[in-house]
Design a protein around this ligand. Structure first.
Ligand SMILES: Nc1ncnc2c1ncn2[C@@H]1O[C@H](COP(=O)(O)OP(=O)(O)OP(=O)(O)O)[C@@H](O)[C@H]1O
Length: 248
């Protein structure tokens, strides 16, 4: 009994993602320089940083896509991880539903795929070809494909970076709704400070190969882009990114 309780406690408190002293160099240049990070299960985290600061490198490492990084430190991540990229990576020769189902098995898969497409607002588009979808719809399909795997951890590398501003705002609402429903841990790489503070409960800034700022955004959801109380967080993040604003 005691052991059982202990196991439960350990599972409940163990972070979904744990990085210790993670280092990655390319051509002798350190891009990640001893990253330490814990992401508790179910937390929504955004990662900001200048272009070339190593955000994608960090995400690829957590996704298990970088074999070189493994020996550098300690990295633990859940078994069920889904990754969404800026470019949806849908296969053009497969219909939308078949893209969503790629790599899934079992009798229930098709039903789950349809359900995931309905969740992202693509009901009725199951038999469409990827080139018949708009940019926003394509990213919705990519989200459906990640959902169908029931990920414990969702990694997203600038998933809305190529979308227009209005579509991006819609996608923010959708992503947050999906998170509310499924509660995976999320690590969202973005350039967009507003995207980070509207969506995430915690925002990290990567600088000089480490987590330079770790900011908890303590505001209720759904958040409004116009919420003046988010302004203070924006200022802190912009300052950490070295962006100076001239208020005249
Ligand atoms: N496979 C690779 N080979 C050589 N250098 C690489 C490789 N992958 C990344 N780098 C270098 O590592 C650095 C960090 O790249 P990374 O893509 O992680 O940055 P980023 O913060 O995601 O940038 P961006 O915001 O522009 O996407 C860059 O200088 C990049 O050139």
């Amino acid at each position: 009994m005691a052991t059982h309780t202990e196991q439960l406690t350990t599972t409940a408190t163990r972070p979904a993602v744990q990085l210790r002293d993670l280092t990655r160099s390319f051509d002798g240049r350190k891009v990640l320089d001893g990253v330490d990070l814990d992401i508790p299960a179910g937390q929504f985290v955004a990662l900001l940083g200048h272009s070339g600061s190593g955000k994608s490198t960090l995400l690829r490492a957590v996704a298990g896509l970088d074999h070189e990084v493994a020996g550098s430190g300690r990295l633990t991540a859940p078994a069920r991880v889904s990754v969404v990229f800026q470019d949806s990576r849908l296969l053009p020769w497969r219909r939308v539903l078949d893209n969503v189902l790629l790599g899934t098995e079992g009798k229930e898969a098709a039903g789950k795929g349809r359900e995931a497409l309905a969740e992202v607002g693509l009901k009725g588009r199951e038999r469409a070809w990827p080139n018949e979808l708009s940019g926003g719809e394509t990213q919705r399909a990519a989200l459906a494909r990640s959902l169908v795997r029931e990920p414990e951890l969702l990694l997203a590398d600038e998933p809305f970076g190529a979308l227009d501003a209005l579509t991006r705002i819609r996608m923010h609402t959708l992503l947050r709704q999906l998170w509310e429903r499924h509660r995976p841990s999320v690590l969202l790489v973005t350039h967009d400070v507003d995207e980070a503070i509207v969506l995430a409960d915690r925002v990290l800034v990567l600088e000089e190969g480490r987590i330079g700022l770790d900011l908890t955004i303590d505001r209720p959801h759904p958040r409004s882009y116009r919420d003046p109380l988010l302004g203070e967080y924006r200022e802190r993040l912009l300052a950490a990114l070295g962006v100076k604003e001239d208020h005249q």
